[in-house]
Design a protein. Structure first.
Length: 210
């Protein structure tokens, strides 16, 4: 349950207040000390504390307005021009075309290729991992981030056959201090065949692109 606090007609969830308080914790400690020593009138401090509740609205959330298909395509061309997963220019690549969904997730279709099998008739596990990783990377592009994989965990549920199309989708869970948490899944014939979770690290020297 998210508890809300009313302040001048604004509803503020306590988790936002907690983030704000953590950033201004030193100020609150100083205010408490001043109250104890009669440095400020308690009413003045109360008004100041209420005004601090507006701080979360002034702390920008990265990329909250930057989501776009154009951004996805631009960053893919600029940073993944020869990618083995998503580049149309790589003659030996998978050439997956990812598209942006309204909820901020992305998806692409893999049409199958018997040259990429491991066991007979089964798509190689490394290719499945590459598809999931590539989907999450492109999801970051759609949100304006350029980052590299720091950790990738793949759970294989069922074999992916090489003679049937598959859909791979990915979505971003959270981003904090240059680290991004994402999830992806691969489905075939309306069945989830593999899932992945990953942490991506902002590339050194690369700012959030808009």
């Amino acid at each position: 349950m998210v508890v809300m606090v009313m302040c001048n007609s604004y509803l503020l969830p306590l988790w936002r207040i907690a983030i704000c308080a953590r950033r201004i914790g030193d100020c609150l400690i100083v205010q408490h000390a001043l109250i104890e020593n009669d440095g400020y009138h308690p009413l003045f401090v109360a008004i100041a504390a209420l005004s601090l509740l507006y701080l979360p609205f002034m702390i920008p959330t990265p990329n909250q307005n930057f989501l776009s298909s154009d951004l996805l395509e631009r960053l893919r061309q600029e940073t993944h021009s020869r990618c083995v997963v998503c580049s149309p220019a790589n003659l030996l690549g998978l050439k997956i075309e990812f598209s942006l969904n309204a909820d901020g997730s992305i998806q692409g279709q893999f049409f199958g290729n018997s040259m990429l099998q491991g066991y007979d008739g089964m798509l190689h596990g490394g290719v499945i991992a590459a598809l999931l990783d590539g989907a999450m990377t492109n999801c970051l592009f759609a949100h304006g981030f350029v980052a590299v994989t720091a950790e990738l965990k793949v759970r294989y549920h069922q074999a992916v056959t090489v003679d049937s199309p598959a859909i791979v989708c990915a979505w971003r869970d959270q981003s904090n201090l240059g680290m991004h948490q994402l999830y992806a899944e691969l489905t075939q014939n309306n069945c989830i065949k593999a899932r992945a979770s990953a942490k991506f690290m902002q590339k050194p020297g690369d700012e959030v692109l808009t």
